[in-house]
Every structure is written in C-alpha cells, then in structure tokens.
Write a protein that binds this ligand. Structure first.
Ligand code: ADP
Length: 532
C-alpha cells in the first residue's frame, strides 16, 4: 500500500479483500448465477456458515432465500438498473429464520464478466417489534371501536404552554389558581382537543365524527367543570387514572349523567395525549333512585309493623302518665277542698301533672315520628339518648318477656351524624329481635353497650338466646329471610341499609359462646366546622 499521486490510497486487490473481510457488515460477492465468490467475517457471524462452506456454494440454496418477488424479475431489474434493494427471508446455519435487508450492486470487469456485491443487515428484531406494535395497535383500534363505552382520544398538549405561562407568573398550585380563577377551567377545556372518537361516542353524543372532533368544552356543562379540573390536577399529580361521575352534554345540548374515566399512561403523557371513557349511567342512577324509593317504602312498612307489634308497650307507656295525671288531679282537688286549702300541695300536684302530661306527649311524639313517612333528617345525635328513646318503646315488650335489660352506655361518647328516627328503628329492631329470640331461654338478659372503636362508635346488643348457627349467619341480613312464623324478614335487611346509608355497618359478632350479639358501627361526627 502506498500513496497514490492523487492522494487516494492505492490498494492491492488482496489488501482490499482483507479490508472487506474485516468489515462488520456482512459482505458477499457472487456471480450472476448466485455462486458465492467472496464471504466475509460479517457473513460468518450473521449466517453462521464458515467461509469454506460458503465459497462456491449457491447463495439462494445455501441460505434458502425467500425473495419478495420471482427471482427472474429481480435479476432483470438488477441487470437493468445496476442495483436492487429489498428484504428477504433466509435460514441461518442453526435453522433459525431471519429477515435480511439486502443491497445488491452489479459490477462488470473489463472482460465483461458480471458479479454482484451484496451487503446485508439483520432486521429480524426490528420487523418483529414492528409487527408486535402493529398487532397491538390493531387490537387497540379494535377495542377502541368495538367497546360499548364511549372513548375519546384527547390532545391536551396546549395545556403545557398554559401551565408554563402560569409558572412564569409565579403560580405554583393549579388547584389554588382555579379556586381564584374559575374561568381557567373553561380555558383549559377549550384548549383540549378531541382527536379521535369511537362509534359508541357518535351514538352517545348524537353527532358525527367530524362534529365531535375539536375543542372538548362543548360537551362539558358548567356543573361538571370541577370534575374536569380534578382530572387535570390528577394528571399533574402523576396519578395513573381518574374516575368520577359527571354531567355531559350531547352535541345538540341534551344533558345526561355519565361515568367519566381518564387514564394517563406515563409513556404518552409527555406527548399530551390521553384516553377518556364515558359510560352513560342515566339508567343506573334511575334504577338506584327507584331502589331507594322502594327501600324507603319498605322501611316505612316495617316500621309500622314494628309499631303494631309494640302497641301494648306503647299503650302502657301512655297510660302510665295518664293515670298519674288523674291521681295527681284528684289529690290536688282534695288539697283544694280542705277547710284551709293547702295551695303548696295543690301547686306540687299541678307540677306533677304537667310533668306526666309532658312525658305522655313525648311518647306520642316519638311514635308519630316513627309512623310518619318523612324525608330523613341528619343531625348530631348522642347514642345514650338514642338508646333511651328506643328502650321506652320496647320496655313493655321486655317486661312481658321477662327480660332483664342492662344498658352500659358511658356518658361523653362522641356523637354520630344521622337520622334519629332511622337509627332508633335499628335499635328497636335489635331489641325486639333479641327479646323474641330469648322467649324460650332460661336466662333472659339483654345487654346494650357502646364504646369507641377507632373513628367509630360501636353499639352492641347482646342476648342470651339460642344464638345463630354459623351456616345461617350470612343469610340473616337478606331481605325476607325469617325463621319466625309471622316474621317479615325485613328487619335486619333494613337495619343494614340504614347503617350503610350512615357510612357505617351492622354485623353479627362472631359467636362468643351463647346468645347473639349484633354490633352497629357508626362513624363519629367530625368537628362542627367541617359540617358547614
Ligand atoms: P324477622 O324478625 O321478621 O324474622 P329480621 O330480618 O329482623 O326479620 O330477622 C331475620 C332472622 O334473623 C330472624 O327470623 C331470626 O332467625 C334471625 N335473628 C335475628 N335476631 C336474632 C337474635 N338476636 N338471635 C337469634 N336469631 C336472630
């Protein structure tokens, strides 16, 4: 090797062959028929055949090459244009199949003999990855279009600029900024673009695809702005997804209730893309409302029937003060009719009469609230008073069943939030059930306890009856489950509905010896300010 006068390396044929041999790229030289003349180290590495095996062999056979078109056509192009590029499948020495991107160039020497220089590149992995991507894209598209959920692909890349501008003005919290500038939510909506929707979206939003593409704000009524804002905040806080119920507006302006879900895949977030799903829940909400109405009706019916069962008890509760009033009236009259009327005693008799009359009207008042079907009213309640009120209604029932009642409700327990009548109904139900369960028992003790359990107050009602066999424990709370000849089986079911509506629960405590213990847990009422 020495310097050519023109400054270009003058390389001998042998040296050139050595250089080609050392190249990493697979380089192959063959004649027009395909017989291999040169096979470098790159070919050995890629195809796995040594140069002794390769030299003189026919390339298409050695490598079981599958061409993208008939070989005659490819050869004709090569002869015509002097080059060809394409991808072929080849079998490697170890039997694996590989996809190779080939470049051929045709050379002729001075004598007119032709040969082909081939460089190859293994693109098997790249093609496999592309295929996998294509498939998953295809699957995604299929799911996207076939799902009975309305799907939206949103581009909110414009929001990044808006946030940048806010940061430049020193704003650090989007939440706080929105609280001060509610109009910013609309601006964000106008900057968020719908780039694709599926078939279901066309139905749900009653529009064509073209009508749906564009700014997203047209589909969000003002009452749902807080949901949109919360979804953006969730994305900024790097939450993986966000879900909420919201009102939506169709293209023509009809509003409906929807469940809105939004997912923020980490990979797509930097590109400002996200996928949003909307499910129409109008029917579900309507069904829920119907269910609540039916439950309220049933609760009312059950209450009336409980009151019916308690008639004797209630009559007694009212009768007692009435006879006390009569007795005191008579005594007062006697003090008056004396030669020297004792007005002090008359006054005391009057006081007692007023006290007893108040007691009677208190009892009647409780019965009326139980019997009247009214809207639930939430107030702060003390458990002690709740238990006392309930006990008044069942006292006679307990006496009739010869039940000893022990109430252990410490003063100073945290209050609970709830509807007095409903919660009273729960306690009355538990007390009546317990009394009935103990009808045949030798010892009849009913213990009502209350205690704080973490953030909740637990009220337990324990009896000394036969208890509940474990296999039946799961059914007790089902509607219409009863083991009583004249039972309705609604008591515990309604108790559970009421407990859950108060954010609490009612459970049968796991068997601890004889008797049954039902526990009503209710969350403690928070500080007064939080409730405003
Ligand atoms: P009902 O009282 O009309 O049967 P409930 O829903 O109040 O309806 O009760 C359902 C069933 O649960 C009762 O029939 C009874 O078998 C069982 N049960 C309720 N309370 C007790 C208890 N304290 N001890 C044993 N079994 C009970």
């Amino acid at each position: 090797m020495h310097d050519h006068p023109g400054g270009v390396l003058d390389i001998s044929a042998n040296a050139l062959a050595g250089l080609l041999d050392a190249a990493h790229e697979p380089i192959l030289v063959r004649d027009l028929e395909g017989r291999i003349l040169f096979w470098n180290g790159g070919c050995e590495t890629l195809y796995g055949h040594g140069r002794e095996a390769a030299r003189g062999a026919y390339a298409p056979q050695l490598l079981a090459t599958v061409f993208p078109a008939p070989l005659d056509e490819i050869t004709a192009r090569l002869l015509d244009e002097g080059r060809w590029e394409g991808e072929v499948r080849r079998r490697l020495a170890d039997g694996r199949e590989a996809v190779i991107a080939l470049r051929w160039s045709l050379r002729r020497d001075d004598a007119g003999a032709a040969w082909v220089l081939e460089t190859g590149r293994d693109v098997t992995e790249a093609r496999r990855a592309e295929e996998a991507l294509r498939r998953s894209e295809y699957r995604f598209r299929n799911v996207f279009h076939a799902m009975s959920v309305s799907f939206w692909e949103l581009d909110f890349s414009a929001l990044a600029g808006m946030f940048g501008a806010l940061r430049a003005r020193g704003v650090t919290s989007l939440r706080a900024h929105i609280a001060e500038n509610p109009g910013f939510v609309r601006e964000m909506m106008r900057a968020s673009q719908v780039v694709d929707v599926n078939e279901k979206s066309l139905q749900l939003f009653e529009a064509t695809r073209e009508q749906l593409l564009g700014p997203v704000d047209r589909f969000w009524p003002p009452c749902s702005e807080h949901v949109f804002a919360a979804s953006v905040v969730a994305a900024l806080e790097k939450q993986p997804h966000y879900e909420s119920e919201a009102r939506f507006r169709t293209y023509d302006g009809r509003e409906f209730d929807g469940l809105f879900t939004c997912c923020y895949p980490r990979e797509y977030l930097p590109q400002g893309a996200t996928l949003v799903g909307v499910i129409d829940i109008t029917d579900r909400l309507r069904a829920q409302e119907d269910l609540q109405r039916v439950q309220a009706d049933l609760a009312h019916a059950a209450r009336i029937s409980t009151l019916g069962e308690l008639t004797a008890s209630i009559a007694h509760e009212v009768n007692q003060p009435l006879s006390a009033i009569v007795t005191n009236g008579e005594a007062g009259l006697r003090w008056l009719k004396r030669e020297t009327p004792d007005l002090d005693e008359v006054g005391r008799a009057f006081d007692r009469m007023i006290g007893e009359a108040n007691r009677a009207s208190g009892v009647i008042g409780r019965i009326r609230t139980m019997a009247v079907k009214g809207e639930p009213e939430t107030a702060r309640l003390a458990l002690g008073a709740l238990v006392e009120d309930s006990v008044v209604l069942v006292r006679r029932e307990l006496t009739a069943h010869d039940v000893v009642l022990r109430v252990q409700v410490p003063a100073g327990l945290p209050e609970v939030m709830g509807d007095r009548v409903q919660l009273q109904q729960v306690v009355v139900n538990l007390l009546v059930n317990a009394a009935q369960a103990m009808a045949e028992a030798e010892e009849r003790v009913l213990t009502v306890r209350a205690a704080v359990e973490g953030e909740a107050v637990a009220l337990s009602v324990a009896d000394t009856g036969p208890g509940v066999p474990p296999e039946r424990a799961a059914q007790l709370f089902n509607a219409f489950y009863t083991t009583k000849a004249d039972g309705m089986g609604m008591g515990l079911s309604i108790c559970r509905t009421i407990a859950q509506a108060h954010g609490g629960e009612i459970v049968l405590a796991p068997g601890s010896g004889r008797g049954a213990t039902f526990v009503l847990k209710l969350p403690c009422a928070g500080d007064a300010q939080e409730l405003d």
